[in-house]
Every structure is written in structure tokens, then in C-alpha cells.
Design a binder for this molecule. Sequence first.
Ligand code: S3P
Length: 173
Amino acid sequence: MHTVPNIVLIGFMGTGKTTVGRLLSTRLSMTFTDMDDVIVQRAGKSIPEIFAQDGEPAFRAMERQVAIDLSALRGLVIATGGGVVLNPDNVRDLGASGLMVALTASADVILERLRHDAGRPLLNNGDKAERIRTLLASRYALYHAIPNRLDTDTLSCETVAEKITALYDRIKG
Ligand code: S3P
């Protein structure tokens, strides 16, 4: 059983959680886990299919269960889904499992990164730029309530991973 703390990456869609998470897992020899991948595995269907067939509340319930289950484990680098902050219990439980870091990016940069992406159902109904701006504004305070934040507009994913490694070394003691 691993006793080393997890690293939990929080942030809006397109802020680099998966890229940074993979870099960290290689750097630190920790197992990378993407919450959305676990949900897809458990549901046996894609994220867009879950939203279309079961609805967002069902997706959030699955996400909650994955947050509970991963919070009980250690030694993981966890890329959360962008909406994990909508449930404060997720933030509490995942935060208690290790180092939580929020990645941030501006709406323009997020749009650029996700322009050709069709896998985010919350951005696919209506004008994408408008959806990003609205959702980001509605969640801004939730991401900014997380004390450790790094901006991926201005920092490369490698630099972000380096900074998180330094933070992690400190809390690990
Ligand atoms: C969501 C973000 C997605 C995925 C789902 C909902 C959100 O994860 O969980 O489409 O509410 O922000 P990523 O942040 O990995 O894209």
C-alpha cells in the first residue's frame, strides 16, 4: 500500500491537467489516473454518451463516486474533470489525500486548445467561445479558492510540472 500523498490536479477543461499529470507521473514515478477515464471504464461508454443518454446529474454522481474511491488511495497523480469543484465534498476529500493544485488559463487560450475538440459535451451546445466564457466565469471563485494555483497561459507544462514537484517535495518532507 502506497503511503505517499497523491497529487491532485484541478482546473477548467483545457488547462493542461492531463499533460501536466503525465509529466509528473513520469518525473516522480507515480501512477497517473484520469478521473474521466475511470468514469468511462465504469460506465462502458464515452463522456458525450453519458451526458446524452444519462444526463449531467448522473455523470456528477459517477464523478462523486470516483472522487471518493481515488481519495482513499495514495501515490497517484490524479487529473480531475473540470467540474469536480462543483461539489465541495470532492474538493475536501481529494484535498485530504495529498497536494491539490489548480491549473488556470484564460478563456482565449482554452478556446484555442479546445477549438477542434468534440469530447466536451458542456462546450458543444452553442457557441464554444461563449460557453467557455460563461462556464469559466461561473466557476472562477471555485478554482481560485484553491491556494496552490499555476497559470498555464504563461508557463509551459514542463515548468508547471517542475513547480509542482518542488511543492510536493516540501509537503512530502
Ligand atoms: C467537465 C470537464 C471534463 C469532463 C466533462 C465535464 C466539466 O473533464 O469531466 O466533460 O464540467 O468541466 P476535463 O476537464 O478533463 O475536460
